[in-house]
Design a protein around this ligand. Structure first.
Ligand SMILES: Cc1ncc(COP(=O)(O)O)c(C=O)c1O
Length: 384
């Protein structure tokens, strides 16, 4: 599989943020980009467009149908293409859901530790008030604290919830029962649920993703934000899908301004169609590789357990959330300064991120080993 084929020299040729943000002596294992070669059908679609000098504005009409076919194939859940809006990225989908389905002054629940733009999108883009209900950490993993959610939803100020499913950074795949409980609470207290399901196709062997809208039902005040961008490693191309229910789709179609769709890229549309339609085998192969890499990471981190490193095995995607004792509040800062490796600082993920870092393991075993060797060496220095 291509994940294994790319050398560090080839990866360092890349111009994307993962490979350009830090100086050349830093080994990056941070932002959610994968060290893979493109799925052949996507590469072909993009090459063909370049050959045609086909670089105009996007025409996205086929995306909703392609998404519906894909979700039916992947989760036996067929959504109605009429209820899909095509937007540039998932965070725009979340922002538009908040802006069009909630009101200024409303409180919006999120579950830290969480993907940092959730904080800023709720507060700064949508101008709503954050209500934090942290995930519960248990020895078997992280979970949504349903009692705390019930208390939050019962507060009349709380009118919305941005659900991360699967959850970034912990890789939690929420159970169908949990999602059912959320849907029931949301219906009872009339809370709008906005499900970010960008990592869903990357659910790894051993876990099963349940699309939120499939349990919430047609009249739920809910949306789902999906995209091929994480799964097929095309986030720079810009194409995401905002899916409504019977009760929200009409409102979104009516209220989301045309300008909000301007961020959709023509290459994003072409890449997305090639991904959903013609790159399903590639995805199956990728999941096998990521599963193996997760196992490798598990054994390497186990050998650091006696030096204060702990983690919970992610059930989805290629990001792992680690607690590192002995490197202070922000282990990522120390690892960068002393080990010349870049992992994500836990701090922007919210209060539970103190003493934590997020590592990206979507790379070859060789590169991952280099990152972990450097991490181990820094930890050893501080332990002695
Ligand atoms: C949970 C989650 N939502 C959204 C995004 C960003 O997606 P987009 O670039 O489509 O806004 C990411 C990127 O890593 C993510 O992890």
């Amino acid at each position: 599989m291509a994940v294994d084929d790319l050398s560090l020299a080839q990866l360092r040729e890349r111009r994307s943020v993962k490979w350009r943000y830090y100086p050349a002596d830093v080994l990056p294992a941070w932002v959610a980009e994968m060290d893979v070669t493109l799925a052949p059908a996507i590469a072909e679609a993009l090459h063909a467009a370049v050959d045609r000098s086909d670089t105009g504005y996007r025409w996205a009409d086929e995306v909703p149908g392609a998404l519906a076919d894909f979700t039916e194939y992947q989760w036996s859940w067929r959504l109605d293409p009429e209820r899909v809006l095509v937007l540039g990225d998932v965070m725009t989908g979340i922002a538009q859901s908040l802006l069009q389905l909630t009101d200024p002054g409303d409180h919006i629940v999120i579950n830290p530790p969480i993907y940092p733009p959730f904080f800023s999108t709720v507060e700064k883009v949508a101008g709503r008030t954050l209500r934090e209900v942290p995930l519960m950490a248990g020895k078997d993993g992280y979970a949504i604290d349903l009692d705390a959610m019930e208390r939050a939803f019962a507060d009349p100020l709380v009118r919305g919830y941005v659900l991360c499913s699967p959850h970034n950074p912990t890789g939690t795949v929420h159970s169908a029962r949990t999602l059912q409980a959320i849907a029931e609470m949301a219906a009872e207290h009339e809370v709008v649920v906005i499900a970010d399901e960008i990592h869903a196709p990357l659910t790894l062997p051993g876990a099963v993703h349940t699309p939120y809208l499939s349990v919430a039902g047609d009249d739920a005040r809910a949306t789902s934000c999906l995209s091929a961008s994480k799964t097929w490693n095309i986030p720079g191309l810009k194409c995401a899908q905002l899916v409504g229910t019977q009760s929200t789709a009409e409102v979104l179609h009516e209220r989301v301004p045309l300008e909000a769709t301007f961020g959709v890229g023509h290459f994003g549309v072409l890449g997305t169609l090639a991904a959903y339609r013609d790159s399903r085998d590639w995805l199956a192969e990728l999941l096998t590789v990521l599963d193996a890499r997760r196992t490798h990471l598990e054994s390497r981190l186990a050998s650091l357990a006696d030096r204060g490193v702990s983690w919970v095995r992610p059930q989805a995607s290629y990001l792992a959330w680690m607690s590192i004792d002995g490197l202070g509040e922000d282990p990522a800062e120390v690892l960068l300064a002393e080990g010349r490796i870049a992992v994500n600082s836990g701090l922007p993920f919210g209060a539970p991120g103190v003493g934590h870092a997020r590592i990206n393991f979507a790379t070859s075993e060789t590169v991952l080993d280099e990152v972990l060797d450097a991490m181990g060496a820094v930890i050893d220095t501080h332990a002695s």
